[in-house]
Design a protein around this ligand. Sequence first.
Ligand SMILES: [Zn+2]
Length: 290
Amino acid sequence: MRHIPKAEVKAILPEDWNEKSTAALEKLEGVYANDPEDKRKISKTIDGNTLWSKLRAPFAKLRNNKCWYCESIIKRSHKPIDHYRPKNAVRDCSNHGGYWWLAYDWENYRLCCTYCNSFGKEETRGVAGGKGTEFPLWEEKSRQCTRGSCAGERPLLLDPFKKADTSLLWFESNGNVIPHPTKCEDTDGYAYKKAEVSIAIYNLREDDLKECRGTLCDEIETKARNSDKYYAKYLNGDAMAYEAWEDNLEFLSKAVGKNAEYSKAVVHTLMHIRNECEMANTILEECVGG
Ligand SMILES: [Zn+2]
């Protein structure tokens, strides 16, 4: 998970977004006043279409079609926009009708893949998970059940809008993901629980995903280590070796970029070997900032 600065998202909203979202919410309030049980009306309020679907294309373009939760590039999908706080219902909280007042609030939207967004069973995915209407909190008593600010809630789901959240995951060299060993050191604490719950709900340990990350991490490590060999050859007068070194530099610089698939796992792969690999160190210092 990489940080998605809110300012970047705000800058790509359509010009009439505020006007339309305000009108949609007013309409929705009317629906709820008349028929509070019919939650499905949220998605039918705007002329049979959902207002947020207009944001799919610009949100996808912002990060090269990547899921904001798992960093997979989304291919052949509707590119769902997840409501971080679910709009219609909250799982395991039967008296909660969902955070309906945030249905048209862009700050509640996250672009994601269907594996992260929709709940799936073990038989179909190899592992049960997917967000669905999940929105667990550290303290259930702080849950906001009526229209109002949610600032008092401490969600157990990592949020790509929060830079501090995105550093709580740690990728191992085989592609597995765990809570960050030092930031989540206290296994009874909020940070550890938040990372663990997010890994499960966003399906981040799903077999195919883990394998994709693992294969990429192998490739990255090999290229980084080979680069040091090319560099040594260059110092001994092999001009061709410099070109090979430069190609690897370009490849690795792109792979740690915010638009590259699984870039956080790539960064961590380089961190694992930085003390023994000069290229890993160079990339981390120049492209990621140490
Ligand atoms: Zn995803």
